[in-house]
Design a protein around this ligand. Structure first.
Ligand SMILES: NC(=O)c1ccc[n+]([C@@H]2O[C@H](COP(=O)([O-])OP(=O)(O)OC[C@H]3O[C@@H](n4cnc5c(N)ncnc54)[C@H](O)[C@@H]3O)[C@@H](O)[C@H]2O)c1
Ligand SMILES: [Zn+2]
Length: 369
């Protein structure tokens, strides 16, 4: 069991990581934010798997279920409006709180509902995917997609409490779990050589979802992400290191039309490319670049990227919203556990690194057939 405190400008909040928390959610929420009327914004599919357990945990509290089908196409303002309207009709007021239940999409949508309903009410995050547990539920970013791009409308709204029940991973599909592991590997590369080494040597425990391994990965990730976010809540500087692997990862997601790859799989590709770029820019040695590649690929199977063109992927980067004034920002590795930014590395290096990642990810061991 781990109990962490995250510091944010709006105040501190707790992240609890433990098996069996769903059944105890109501008591912990009551102790932390007091007795409130709760509106549970739930991913319908997650509610079908885990709803009974959360419902048992909320017994005795006043709560209303707002279950809805989610998924990237539903991560839209229309869904937020629909949920706010359902809350209003059910009598939600300023003292009510939202409990977001599901993966990163439920967290982003539920969090944004909380940020906007009556100009902001309290939010409790109960993430159920590994990705949401190690990344999305901490840090306060909430929001939705526009037809023209992902995550373009949103708000910073810190939760009051995050409850991570490691047992909720028991029903998570293998592919989703493996995609989430990539964000853990990322946290190791950017800030903790120790976590990275654990991911290298702990492969067997990690892949069988051993409770101790899962708790450790989540606790280390939450610690690393919350340290970074405490120093730079609104992404003025340091927070951008969390984008390691995301510059080319986002470009690949866009190039493949968002349907082919899970986000974590695209990040795996992006990390391999960024590590190669770090080597080409004489920051990282070849041995550590290889360690990164091997570890990333040991946890993920990437769908076939045959026929993709490195130049086209690289060319997308200047259109990314994280670029400034047309300059591409890359987070590059200086050594495992330490990264820094480079603005506008030479285009031919970016293309070469992208080409390398395409090749490495197309090796038979890396492919899903
Ligand atoms: N706010 C942030 O800081 C932040 C950070 C990273 C990602 N995100 C966002 O998170 C989203 C991706 O999150 P995700 O990968 O968790 O996707 P997701 O929420 O779509 O969940 C993935 C799939 O797993 C299912 N699922 C979730 N938990 C389950 C469980 N315990 N058992 C069985 N099935 C379960 C869901 O129904 C869904 O089909 C993206 O929209 C991304 O933009 C936000
Ligand atoms: Zn990510």
């Amino acid at each position: 069991m781990a109990l962490m405190r995250v510091e944010a400008a709006a105040g501190q909040y707790q992240v609890r990581i433990e098996a069996g928390l769903l059944e105890r959610a109501g008591r912990i929420i009551g102790e932390t934010i007091g007795s409130r009327r709760l509106f549970v914004v739930a991913d319908e599919a997650v509610w079908a798997c885990l709803g009974d357990r959360l419902a048992a945990g909320l017994e005795g509290l006043e709560w209303t279920l707002l279950s809805t089908p989610l998924g990237e196409p539903r991560k839209r303002l229309a869904t937020v409006e629909e949920l706010c309207d359902r809350m209003h009709r059910a009598g939600a007021d300023r003292r009510s709180a939202v409990l977001a239940f599901g993966g990163g999409i439920a967290g982003d949508v539920g969090g944004f509902v909380a940020a906007s309903y009556m100009r902001g009410i309290d939010a409790v995050q109960v993430p159920t995917t590994l990705l949401a547990q190690v990344d999305a539920s901490v840090g306060g970013k909430t929001g939705v997609n526009l037809a023209s791009g992902k995550n373009l409308v949103g708000a910073f709204h810190q939760p009051r409490l995050v409850l991570v029940d490691t047992d909720s991973l028991n029903t998570l599909p293998e592919r989703e779990y493996r995609a989430g592991l990539q964000e853990v590997v990322k946290h190791g590369i950017i800030r903790s050589g120790e976590l990275f080494a654990y991911m290298e040597r702990g492969h067997s425990a990690v892949t069988r979802r051993d409770t101790v391994a899962v708790e450790r990965m989540i606790a280390d990730s939450v610690r690393i992400k919350s340290e970074v976010v405490r120093i730079d809540e609104r992404e003025g500087g340091l927070r951008r290191i969390l984008n390691f692997g995301h510059t080319l990862g986002h470009a690949l997601e866009a190039e493949t039309g968002y349907g082919l790859l899970l986000h974590g799989e695209a990040v795996a590709f992006g990390m391999i490319a960024a590590a190669k770029l770090s080597e080409l820019r004489s920051r990282l040695n070849a041995a550590d670049r290889e360690r990164i590649e091997e570890t990333v690929l040991s946890y993920v199977s990437i769908p076939s990227l045959e026929g993709l063109d490195a130049r086209r992927i690289a060319a997308r980067i200047s259109g990314d919203k994280k670029s400034v004034g047309g300059k591409a920002r890359f987070v590059l590795v200086d050594r495992i556990g330490s990264v820094s930014e480079e603005l506008d590395p030479p285009e031919d290096c970016v293309v070469e690194a992208t080409q390398h990642a395409l090749q490495v990810c197309s090796l038979p061991a890396a492919l899903v057939v």
